[in-house]
Design a protein. Structure first.
Length: 92
């Protein structure tokens, strides 16, 4: 029992340090300059998902990988990369 306690404490410390490095990612899903409501945005790395609001906005924790999936009943499944605002402007 004494051997397991330090291992458990170090594991918990490691988990806390990892969880604090994640950043909240904010994004917007639009089509032809129109925000899309109720689109499911899937984080492939973390295997989590969220939906866009009526303004097409979503928030999700930033994975180490930069690939997300976008899914809706009316849309085909799209793979896309997200970028910082400065990087996104370069892509246009």
């Amino acid at each position: 029992m004494k051997v397991k306690l330090p291992t458990t404490i170090s594991f918990l410390t490691y988990q806390l340090s990892i969880s604090q490095t994640e950043k909240l990612l904010h994004g917007k899903v639009i089509s032809n300059k129109t925000p899309l409501d109720k689109v499911e945005v899937i984080n492939k790395t973390a295997k989590t998902s969220t939906r866009t609001n009526e303004r097409g906005e979503f928030s999700n924790y930033d994975p180490k990988s930069k690939t997300l999936l976008e899914k809706s009943n009316d849309l085909e499944l799209l793979d896309f990369l997200y970028a910082k605002k400065e990087e996104f402007k370069k892509l246009k």
